[in-house]
Ligand binder design. Structure first.
Ligand SMILES: C[S@@+](CC[C@H](N)C(=O)[O-])C[C@H]1O[C@@H](n2cnc3c(N)ncnc32)[C@H](O)[C@@H]1O
Length: 315
């Protein structure tokens, strides 16, 4: 499904969002989804609107290029006349396919991997063993640069208590655990003993096994069984996407003030941008991305690292 974006320079983006929604509300489904944010559903496609301090960002999507042109035209025709005090310049970019987004060019990818602190022997061997033992599933493992990012974040935040949802063969858990100070603890949650059994000898070799509590079982049950008050300084969610909103709801109240939550795969391969994808996981991730951006309990930043990583720090 093709999609196209437009950035409109203005000091009043939220005002235009509100005006456009009330203007179009009678003709199409138009819904305010948060402060200065909205989604309009036309018969032939959708357009989402987001306000940032000095611009209004539009993302239009439709089944084919003709339908996309129809969405662009409808939005432009209704939005342009709202600029009575200023001229709104609506320049749509060339359409791209939502599920074929290349977030980082391969050459940049090679370059950045060559310029991170090397992962070291144990992590490199864990990645090799994971490939041999799990085949295609090995693609679930965090990459070396994302592992380095997690390690850096744990060290920078000074976290002592951490939780991970989605362990697999233990790569990200190892990165988190080895960045904790002496006496630090990581509660690592997964449903699979088969995969997490691969982790244990590598955690031992890295000298972090004694600071990781592995809990096998549905992570939602594990979370709900924990005390409700804040106790974690760091949390990483990288498990079944459909449960991300539920994990988020359970983890945020359990984060200490200043605690950091890291969410992996927030782009879902670009599919969150593309309304052609309406699977439960796509809908859950879209809903969560909206929730996090508007959650007054946290400050957040979404990074184009791998499949999208959101950092959310509890106020
Ligand atoms: C993307 S992998 C995690 C990768 C891991 N972070 C790493 O660096 O290798 C997702 C993991 O989530 C686990 N998982 C899926 N559904 C789960 C659930 N309901 N509760 C707990 N873990 C779950 C899977 O068993 C799998 O190991």
């Amino acid at each position: 499904m093709p999609l196209s974006t437009a950035h409109i320079a203005t000091d009043h983006p939220a005002r235009y969002v509100k005006q456009l929604i009330s203007h179009l509300g009678h003709e199409v489904t138009a819904e305010l989804t948060g402060a200065g944010r909205a989604t309009i559903t036309f018969p032939h496609g959708t357009c989402s609107l987001t306000s940032s301090p000095r611009e209004l960002v539009l993302i239009a999507a439709a089944a084919d290029l003709d339908a996309l042109a129809g969405v662009q035209d409808a939005v432009t025709r209704h939005l342009q006349p709202l600029g009575t005090q200023e001229e709104l310049r609506i320049g749509w970019r060339e359409p791209i396919a939502g599920d074929a987004l290349e977030i980082v060019a391969p050459a940049v990818d090679d370059y950045l991997l060559a310029h991170c602190t090397p992962a070291g022997q144990v992590l490199t061997e864990l990645a090799d063993t994971t490939r041999e033992a799990t085949g295609r599933a090995a693609g679930m493992q965090v990459s070396a640069d994302e592992g380095a990012l997690l390690e850096m974040l744990v060290r920078l935040s000074g976290a002592r208590t951490a939780i991970e949802i989605g362990v697999f063969t233990g790569y990200s858990a190892l990165c988190i655990a080895r960045a904790l100070p002496a006496g630090g603890r990581l509660l690592a949650c997964d449903v699979s003993s088969e995969w997490t059994d691969i982790a244990r000898p590598f955690w031992e070799r890295a000298g972090v096994a004694d600071r990781i509590d592995l809990k096998i079982g549905p992570a939602l049950e594990t979370l709900r069984a924990l005390p409700g008050e804040p106790s974690f300084d760091f949390a990483f969610i990288d498990a079944d996407k459909v449960n991300y909103p539920a994990y988020y709801d359970e983890i945020v109240p359990r984060l200490n003030p200043g605690g950091l939550l890291v969410l992996d795969n927030v782009f879902l391969g670009g599919r969150v941008l593309d309304p052609a994808f309406q699977g439960d996981d796509h809908q859950a991730m879209r809903r969560l991305n909206e929730t996090v951006a508007g959650d007054e309990r946290l400050d957040c930043v979404m990074l184009p690292v791998r499949d999208g990583v959101t950092l959310a720090r509890k106020r």
